[in-house]
Design a protein around this ligand. Structure first.
Ligand code: RFL
Ligand code: PHB
Length: 410
């Protein structure tokens, strides 16, 4: 960022210090491009926000290639599959065997955000926390403006070449695009997830996705000593109705495997919260000199573990596109939205499919339950069906060196 007579100037103004905004700022810095990140929360809040935990192999590769994987490589837990549980049986889906060795890595979003903030600060990057009243303006000119009130209450204005809207689903950037130029596709689901973080070693070696007549449950983890578990609850459920004992009892019921000797270990709950479930895609992801990335443009229900991976895949495409744009070549910037939306729609379908296959729809009849069970039996008995789940879960299209491209016709 440069300051001339009090006026501030940067090449890329970035709204939001989530994974998308921070990684974009880093990828731009690697290309010698100057950026400023503005974030309305505190650094401590951003670093503690409990969210995702599963990284596709392509996301890990991106972080490694950009020099951000030191701690991830030491502390991340590589997983070669998941369990699908239904009808009181647990079945392993072996990603390595089905996809030619591909895996996912459990490494919490909180840790990625900590690593990204630390790296930006070491590299002299500019991240302004606790701003308010963020406004983006003059988006169709080649000098878009970023305005905000800083943490000390002073009004600031930055002249940019480009603005990146990385401000999540509730941000201000997407609504800055005229509504008549946006196509929105949206679905709300009639259930939420109650998630806990518990100070207890995981009771499983791989994540368990459980279909149950009382509702879906997921056993995930954060480390060898901390577990992350989720329960399907009603959409309007209040967390106050769920004391620890009730949460553990309900989890134990939904993961129960009679006669197997398997038992759910219980421990102190260190965090609990309820998250609604939604699919949402707003297109295009560009308006003039404003580019949207991550949750600002699209949301998936967490059942497919895709949201964070999509956010990072977007900025992997955006960084070289902005580099070219700033040198006067608009080609990649023009194809940015279409390039991202191919992956976004694949993940949107996969997340919808996992969600509707595994959750109990309130009021659903036996017909729906039997259809779900039939689909689940098919996935665990057909190599073709299991491969489809495995290649989507590990990330499709795969981000492998010089690998896959969507045909130009898409
Ligand atoms: P974020 O993380 O929401 O960051 C946006 C940032 O913008 C800030 N902001 C503003 N700043 C300045 N001015 C304004 N006017 C602003 N308005 C907002 C916000 O404070 C915030 O810091 O979006 P980003 O970077 O696009 O990242 C997306 C991911 O956070 C999200 O997709 C994932 O967490 C989704 N997700 C999962 N994704 C996965 O890939 N794998 C998973 O296993 C996974 N599990 C999950 C999840 C999300 C969950 N919740 C709570 C929604 C599990 C859960 C329970
Ligand atoms: C998580 O660990 O938070 C997690 C794992 C898998 C999902 C969603 C969330 O599908």
């Amino acid at each position: 960022m440069k300051r001339t007579n009090g006026a501030m100037r940067t090449q890329v103004g970035i709204v939001g210090a989530g994974p998308a905004g921070l990684l974009l700022s880093h990828l731009l810095a690697l290309r010698g491009i100057d950026s400023v990140v503005v974030e309305n929360r505190s650094r401590a809040y951003c670093e503690a926000r409990q969210r995702a935990g599963v990284l596709e192999d392509g996301t890990v590769r991106l972080l490694r290639e950009s020099g951000l994987a030191g701690r991830l490589d030491r502390e991340g837990l590589e997983h070669g599959g998941i369990y699908l549980q239904f009808d009181r049986e647990r079945h392993h889906i072996d990603f390595r065997a089905l996809t030619g060795g591909r895996t996912v890595t459990v490494y919490a979003q909180t840790e990625i955000v900590k690593d990204l903030i630390a790296q930006r600060l070491v590299d002299g990057g500019v991240v302004h926390f606790e701003v308010s009243d963020t406004v983006v303006d003059q988006l169709t000119s080649d000098r878009p403006m970023l305005r905000y009130t800083d943490a000390d209450g002073k009004k600031q204005e930055i002249t940019c070449d480009v603005i990146a809207g990385c401000d999540g689903f509730h941000g201000i950037c997407r609504p800055a695009i005229p509504a008549e130029l946006r196509t929105v596709r949206e679905r709300e689901y009639p259930y939420s997830w109650l998630g806990i973080l518990a100070d207890v070693p995981p009771s499983t070696d791989e994540l368990i996705y459980a279909h149950h007549r009382r509702g879906f449950a997921l056993h995930s983890l954060r480390s060898l000593t901390v577990s992350r578990l989720y329960l399907q609850v009603d959409p309007d459920e209040s967390i106050d109705n769920w004391p620890e004992q009730r949460i553990w009892d309900e989890l134990a019921r939904r993961f129960d495997l009679p006669g197997s000797g398997w038992e759910l270990k219980r421990g102190p709950v260190i965090y609990k919260g309820i998250t609604p479930m939604r699919s949402f895609v707003s297109a295009p992801m560009r308006y003039g000199r404003l580019f949207l990335a991550g949750d600002a443009a699209h949301i998936v229900p967490p059942t497919g573990a895709k949201g964070l991976n999509l956010a990072m895949a977007d900025v992997d495409v955006l960084a070289p596109a902005l580099e070219a744009l700033l040198k006067g070549d608009e080609g990649l910037a023009d194809s940015y939205s279409a390039a991202c939306l191919g992956r976004v729609w694949r993940a949107t379908h996969f997340s919808w499919w996992m969600t509707t296959m595994l959750h109990r729809t309130p009021g659903a009849d036996e017909m729906e339950t039997e259809l779900q069970l039939s689909q689940l039996r098919y996935v665990v008995s057909s190599r073709a069906a299991a491969t489809s789940l495995a290649e989507n879960y590990t990330g499709y299209p795969p981000r492998l060196p010089d690998s896959f491209r969507y045909p130009d016709s898409l």
